[in-house]
Design a protein around this ligand. Structure first.
Ligand code: HEM
Length: 509
């Protein structure tokens, strides 16, 4: 009673009024939407916002009140101006802890601050992507989609290839060695050192790539199980986690040994060769705690791999569905980079950034198909959000300590009043002269903004340039291309039917 009285006085003092409350629906509605052929985002969450006619409202599920908002001013408060009033909360750590332990992605407070300070200098480097490794992974991707005599590739699911591509580049960046999942999947390549080790550790049946996929699927299920995450467990998950950890420990040990011996002797570089950047080698200068190093590296791998593969998958869905955008983008790429890789027009962080139409396509894809479509925070103390309360939604809203706020970039990015009447249309041109503000949040914002944003945009941009240099036509295969793409929401949002296409080799190549 006393705490309720205190909270009311707090709300009154800040001029707060409650937002409207949505009538409860079945708690299983969200989790069973897929089974009923419904789209969680379009048919449930978007429909809720529409039926309320408001951008902020509360609802109650299983006795817990949750605030939902897609107001840019509220998101700015949650993520930036009132950053200290909100936290990730302990649940994420518990859901992911089985695989990731404690790391930047799952922690709050001093441990998060320490992690962020440790990573910031690493990710601040403009040239963080080792584009030689990205080219190597690109070549591997081309190798698995050979071109026939008619100049076309066979039917290929690009999404599968993009997931392998991002795993290969991420492991090379983290450990200094790629797991070579692209080639291994098709060629049964002779196991190189690390693959052999991983397979041996796992009893010979799965390698790191497979184990990581297995563990990640289970993580998605644990997130969807909310507070009942602890029920989602299996021998297969534990076995995969064991392999992933042993594999990562191996590289951490190598880096620590190198450091203990006073650092590796600088390798003499061939002409034109760039120095290779390896994250674990840089991190041992910050901490020597091997468990922390392992958990932090796995956190980065989890945060960065699917998100980037998902972005690439949606870009190619959009390009397949819109041949005029494919052609316009290809012309922009050929004009900036030429038809084949050339030292006079290199693909770099800076040259990718200045290819405006490419950047617009990436932004427009992230607007309509954000890799992370849903997010939330928990109030760390009684606090106030600037808008959403009262009869017309203009009054501040008070939140109690411990209350959850859900925000949905997917819905925010489709608000007609913020983006215009053509909000549902994929139109890269809308980005000409448009400044990025709080109505666009694919990478989140504020002190916890995605650390890998530039890394991801460079990597995705690089592969798009190389794909469009090599292929001049793309055709969807299968009847689902006639319909709206179905989505699957796990840790990220990806196209449920994959990206099944055929590509035509460009004449210029
Ligand atoms: C298109 C690709 C990507 C998208 C859309 C994306 C999106 C996001 C989002 C929305 C968050 C905030 C999560 C939250 O609020 O809890 C985040 C955090 C993070 N991302 Fe990314 N990400 C991408 C790629 C990457 C890559 C490639 C890396 C690393 C190589 C990375 C590393 C991280 C890390 C470490 C965090 C946690 C930051 C913190 O809590 O301080 N991300 N990302």
């Amino acid at each position: 009673y006393l705490s309720e009285r205190r909270f009311r006085a707090f709300a009154l003092a800040h001029g707060c009024e409650p937002p409207p409350t949505r009538p409860p629906n079945s708690p299983s509605a969200s989790t069973s939407s897929g089974r009923h052929g419904l789209d969680l985002l379009d048919d449930l969450i978007m429909a809720r916002y529409r039926s309320m006619g408001r951008n902020t409202f509360t609802s109650t599920a299983l006795g817990t009140t949750v605030l939902s908002t897609v107001e840019p001013a509220n998101l700015q408060a949650i993520l930036a101006t009132k950053f200290k009033d909100f936290e990730i909360g302990p649940r994420r750590h518990k859901q992911f802890g089985i695989l990731l332990g404690r790391n930047i992605f799952t922690s709050d407070g001093p441990f998060w601050e320490h992690s962020r300070a440790m990573f910031r200098p690493q990710f601040a480097r403009e040239q963080i992507n080792d584009l030689d490794s990205t080219e190597k992974a690109t070549q591997a991707l081309f190798q698995v989609i050979p071109v026939g005599e008619d100049g076309w590739t066979k039917e290929t699911d690009l999404m599968t290839l993009f997931f392998r591509f991002t795993l290969d580049t991420a492991t090379e960046f983290l450990f200094g060695e790629s797991v070579d999942s692209q080639l291994a999947a098709v060629e049964n390549v002779a196991a190189s050192g690390h693959r052999a080790m991983a397979a041996e550790k796992a009893g010979g049946d799965v390698g790191f790539a497979e184990a990581f996929d297995i563990a990640q699927n289970w993580m998605g299920l644990r997130v969807r199980a909310l507070g009942l995450y602890w029920l989602v467990d299996s021998v297969k998950l534990r076995k995969s986690v064991k392999l992933i950890r042993e594999f990562t420990d191996y590289y951490v040990r190598l880096a620590l040994e190198k450091k203990a011996q006073g650092g590796e002797k600088e390798k003499t570089l061939e002409e034109g060769e760039r120095k290779k950047y390896v994250l674990v080698d840089a991190l041992v200068n910050e901490t020597r705690d091997s468990e922390e190093l392992r958990d932090q590296m796995l956190g980065i791998l989890l945060a960065g791999r699917d998100t980037t593969a998902t972005l690439l998958s949606w870009v190619f869905i959009v390009l397949t569905k819109n041949p005029h955008i494919f052609n316009k983008l290809r012309s922009a790429i050929l004009s900036d980079f030429g038809p084949t890789p050339s030292p006079s027009r290199p693909i770099t962080f800076a040259s990718l950034k200045s290819c405006k139409y490419l950047q617009h396509v990436l932004h427009e894809t992230l607007r309509l198909h954000p890799s992370v479509p849903l997010n939330n925070r928990v109030a760390a103390r009684d606090t106030v959000l600037p808008v959403g309360g009262g009869p017309d939604g203009t009054k501040p809203v008070a939140m109690r300590k411990g209350e959850m706020v859900n925000f949905t970039p997917y819905i925010l990015h489709r608000r007609r009043d913020l983006w215009g009447e053509d909000v549902e249309e994929f139109r890269p041109e809308r980005w000409e002269g448009r400044r990025i503000d709080w109505s666009f949040l694919p990478f989140s914002g504020g002190p916890r903004i995605c650390l890998g944003q530039q890394y991801a945009l460079t990597e995705a941009g690089y592969l798009i340039v190389r794909m469009l240099q090599r292929f001049d036509r793309i055709e969807g295969v299968g009847e689902h291309w006639q319909k709206k793409p179905r989505k699957k929401i796990s840790l990220t949002m990806y196209p449920l039917d994959g990206v099944k296409v055929r590509l035509r080799m460009a004449r210029e190549v």
